[in-house]
Write a protein that binds this ligand. Sequence first.
Ligand SMILES: Cc1cc2nc3c(=O)[nH]c(=O)nc-3n(C[C@H](O)[C@H](O)[C@H](O)COP(=O)(O)O)c2cc1C
Length: 364
Amino acid sequence: MSDKNLLSPIKLGPYELPNRIAMAPMTRNRATNPEFAAGSIQATYYTQRAGAGLLISEGSQISPQAVGYPNTPGVYSPAQVAGWKQVTDAVHAAGGRIFCQLWHVGRISLPDFHDGKPPVAPSAVNPETTLYAPDGSQKPTVTPHALSLAEIRSTLDDYTHAARSALEAGFDGVEIHAANGYLLNQFLIDTSNQRTDEYGGSVEKRARIVFEVVEAVAGVWGADRVGIRLSPSGLFNIGAGSDNRSQFDYVIDRLNDHALAYLHLMEPFAPVDEIPNMIPHVAEHYRPRYRGTLIINNGFDQARGDAAIAQGLADMVAFGKPFISNPDLPARFAAGAPLAEYDQNTFYVGGEKGYIDYPAYSAA
Ligand SMILES: Cc1cc2nc3c(=O)[nH]c(=O)nc-3n(C[C@H](O)[C@H](O)[C@H](O)COP(=O)(O)O)c2cc1C
């Protein structure tokens, strides 16, 4: 046990953070303009939350191919860079730090986002789910197009370009989104990756693209300003792989060689004790294996977050939903103030409502 808690400072990469509270990446679908650019409403939203030791932006698509949800911001075009610059300038003026989550959804998309063409994936395996189309209707997913080797190379170029765009936009770092059943997670898991070339088969080959992305992005930013998010026991958007445990053991062991800013792990959304080769307690399993800064997330409150830090199970804790309705979450933790409830109906729609109208405690 240590005497550290969520409110203790920490060094993350080159940054001195005032506390160990990260705001988890959360898609809020408010980039309602033809350019899919962030702008003044996002600047207000993130600045209200700048008391977090680290803000992690909502997933931001790295290319037009990478999108799968309505009105999510991109991080590849000049208009998007200019939009995010408004956000990062405002966050910095408020004393905060913000990383950009680099996102490619892979097969979790619809032809409606791609001029009628199917989305892309490691293999032509339909995720068999329903998604929201740009017009707001719900539609079933289709069988995706399996990326060719040349298309994988151009996807890596898209990661490099998006990483450069994020740098130009004034972010403090980037988080590679390799969790929650999206493209990189689809490569890792053998239900969605049935390739027989150098990107499929063994745990090493399925992980290949993840390390190529890490190297491409770290080549732009330096490893100490790059984080990566993984969901080793995740079942969101993806079936359980036959060998999740050995797959993620391999990936996380090898991440030790890259001296990244952090590894951001998610605990499972639902218990996985009954599923073979899954990891019921992610932080307990991976803390001893990972030598760098570890952020843990999913369902934490202040007491559990403090305990995770004091026990050394993680270095930081990311909070998602609590930050939606409590923009001043760290100050509330410091004051022992009550938390406001969030309204799920405005997570993904509503403009300013449910987005920038939750008051800070002192004003509540
Ligand atoms: C509205 C909403 C949007 C989310 N969008 C993202 C996202 O863009 N990228 C991501 O990695 N996770 C996303 N998540 C997952 C959160 O980062 C987090 O893992 C989850 O909310 C559990 O943490 P919590 O219990 O503190 O809310 C989202 C969650 C919510 C509620």
